[in-house]
Ligand binder design. Structure first.
Ligand code: ATP
Ligand code: MG
Length: 633
């Protein structure tokens, strides 16, 4: 049996022994009584009775051996600021922040809502919450006032921490008017808003809330705030899912299970060792940011690089230069960023010394084959696609190189990670699918440590949403389609709500997209289903062309459309052929790179796409509208 198979088998057959051993990676102030409490499925409590603290494990614990090592390297190409904090300095800043929060009344169990850009203070604030036993809820900066208000009312924070502004691509986004409006809309009114002044924008908050951070930081400059020892399954944070598929869910996570899961993942999946440097290009508002900008690298004693800016400013070489300058060993980003970098001049990459880089990790959306092949060849280093969700907090699928460096297969994020009892199931019968057969990706009880413990404030929603959709069994549904091959590799085939029904045939929009993406002229593509009187639904495709100029005249455009239709016919049959292919120059996506298919479908059916607070560029929607109106395309 391969090392991987044996390792995975042991984690499933005897999770108590497996995770009991892994738990030794972190500090327990009080040892746990039992590894796993299964008394109330589908809820699972890990390391019950054990007391620990995330901030202690991420920072204090390292002061003995690595006080002078950089813990956090901060680079903003928006403001030109670069800062380095050793573990000792990070510890001091967290203590100041914790003392300030405490002086504003924050205590164990309180929620603190962080509406912050990518600044070091965001890290201090998250870890200060962890230190105090307060529950942070980071809301992605840039969410509009109504979305922020909804999260304020759901989390009912004792304190909001914000900054005057964020910056992106050279544009300053004022935060305080958004916070002010959100507070006016929300039912729940926290007593204070703590403001970090970056001096990018004038502050426009209602004065009755406003507390400036800087003077208080001075006042508490030498403060020492002890870590609260929390029971392992007390909440550490609440993070709302991105809302790609509907009303966001407040994912609640524990303390001990999360710390153990992240520490283990650093060894078995990321192969990050104390003293290494990791650059995760994500945002603290997303789960990848929580887990792999902040908690995991710090828990494992690495240096983490936090970056504010885009991958192409001042030019397309900035990330590669960071690798060279900071001797980055591990890099983690989303495929969307790579697609952007792929369009840049290759000299940027060739010129940089990338010898320190060991592995590139990618997650968040499907890694298409052209991008995967390009980056693998260009880098000459392992590229590890990994599949997971806000709900799980760490990878479900990946090649776990720290266990066994199985060969990657293009198009698949790899095999199930240890701890996840993954099976692909028939959506109607709940029976396991045979290899090669498509079904819903499900996870068995218990979910491993680190995964969501419930929906914040709504245990029933946790049960109803996640554990009740597979017929006849209590299984966690990922709401993603997949197919597993004979070797255990899983390929993701899209989300379960991205299925359309054309004349009684169920088709995944993602499969049609894959077929179209295989056409040489196509750079990017989105397929959605729209209501059709005759067939129930039909597929509509929106494509971005590699060389739009080549298809400028009507004749070549028509030839292209025919060619695309034939491509789909060949892969999936004529039934899957889109009713119409529209050419656009960009697709609507979230800032984390996820395609907003629901918004496109809404427009195509003449409905309002609703609020899209995290859209990367609203102009993309205007293009879809224009294409549908026949203005272009
Ligand atoms: P919501 O659940 O609110 O609709 P969301 O699912 O977009 O939001 P996330 O938790 O950030 O929010 O995204 C997880 C989803 O992203 C997965 O369920 C899957 O559909 C997709 N995904 C993540 N990583 C990969 C990957 N490596 N390959 C393919 N798809 C991926
Ligand atoms: Mg989701």
């Amino acid at each position: 049996m391969s090392r991987y198979r044996d390792f995975h088998r042991r984690s499933i057959d005897d999770p108590e022994t497996f995770w009991g051993t892994e738990a030794q990676r972190i500090h327990w102030e009080t040892p746990f009584d039992s590894v796993l409490d299964r008394s109330n499925p589908p809820f699972a409590r890990w390391f019950t009775g054990g007391r620990t603290n995330l901030c202690h494990n991420a920072v204090d614990r390292h002061l003995v051996a690595r006080a002078q090592q950089n813990a956090l390297v901060y680079v903003s190409t928006e403001t030109g600021i670069e800062r380095r904090y050793t573990y000792a300095e990070l510890h001091a800043e967290i203590n100041r922040m914790a003392a300030v929060m405490r002086s504003l009344g924050v205590k164990r169990g309180d929620r603190v809502l962080l509406y912050l850009p990518m600044i070091p203070e965001a890290v201090f604030a998250m870890l200060a919450c962890a230190r105090l036993g307060a529950i942070h809820s980071v809301v992605f900066g840039g969410f509009a006032a109504p979305n922020l208000a909804a999260r304020i009312d759901d989390a009912k924070p004792a304190l909001i921490v914000t900054a005057d502004a964020g910056a992106r691509g050279g544009k300053v986004i004022d935060y305080t008017p958004l916070v002010d409006e959100a507070l006016a809309r929300a039912q729940h009114k926290p007593p204070h808003v703590l403001l970090i002044d970056r001096q990018l924008a004038p502050e426009r908050l209602n004065a009755s809330y406003l507390v400036a951070y800087e003077p208080l930081r001075e006042q508490f400059f030498d403060a020492h705030v002890p870590c609260e020892w929390l029971e392992s399954s007390e909440p550490s944070y609440v993070l709302y899912t991105s809302g790609t598929t509907g009303r966001p869910k407040g994912v609640q996570r524990d303390v001990g299970g999360y710390a153990v899961a992240l520490a283990a993942s650093m060894e078995y999946i990321f192969e990050g060792r104390a003293g290494d440097t990791m650059f995760t290009a994500s945002d603290i508002g997303w789960v990848v940011g929580h887990s792999y900008i902040i908690y995991a690298p710090l828990i494992a004693g690495l240096t983490t690089v936090m970056y504010e800016g885009t991958p192409i400013r001042p030019d397309g070489g900035i990330w590669w230069r960071l690798v060279e300058q900071y001797r980055i060993n591990l890099m983690f980003t989303a495929p969307t960023a790579l697609r952007v970098l792929k369009k840049q001049d290759p000299k940027f990459m060739k010129r940089a010394d990338l010898s320190s880089l060991r592995t590139l990790f990618l997650a968040g959306e499907p890694l298409d084959e052209p991008t995967a092949s390009w980056i693998t060849d260009a880098l000459g280093k392992p590229v590890v696609d990994n599949y997971w969700q806000t709900e799980t907090g760490w990878p479900i699928l990946a090649i776990q190189r720290g266990v066994e460096a199985l060969p990657p297969k293009l198009g698949s994020p790899g095999v199930p990670a240890y701890g996840y009892n993954l099976s692909v199931r028939n959506e109607f019968t709940g029976e396991p699918c045979t290899p090669g057969e498509k079904g819903v990706i499900t996870l068995g009880y218990p979910l491993p440590p680190g995964c969501m413990t419930t929906v914040w404030g709504d245990d029933q929603r946790f049960v109803d949403t996640y554990w009740s959709s597979v017929p006849g069994q209590q299984l966690y549904s990922t709401f993603d389609w997949g197919v597993q091959d004979d070797d255990g590799y899983v390929t993701i085939l899209g989300r379960t709500d991205d299925v359309i029904n054309v004349a009684g045939h169920r088709l995944g929009t993602r499969e049609i997209e894959e077929a179209l993406a295989g056409h040489a002229a196509v750079a990017e593509v989105a397929v959605v289903g729209v209501a059709d009187k005759l067939k129930g639904q039909v597929a509509l495709a929106f494509v971005v062309l590699r060389e739009p100029d080549r298809y400028a005249d009507p004749a070549s455009r028509t030839a292209l459309e025919t060619g695309l239709a034939l491509t789909v016919d060949r892969h999936l049959g004529a039934i899957a052929r889109p009713a119409r292919v529209h050419v656009v120059t960009m697709l609507p996506k979230t800032r984390s790179g996820k395609l907003l298919r629901r918004a496109i479908a809404a427009l195509a059916e003449g409905r309002d796409p609703g609020d899209l607070p995290t859209i990367e560029d609203p102009a993309a929607l205007a293009q879809i509208r224009a294409a549908l109106d026949g203005v272009v395309g």
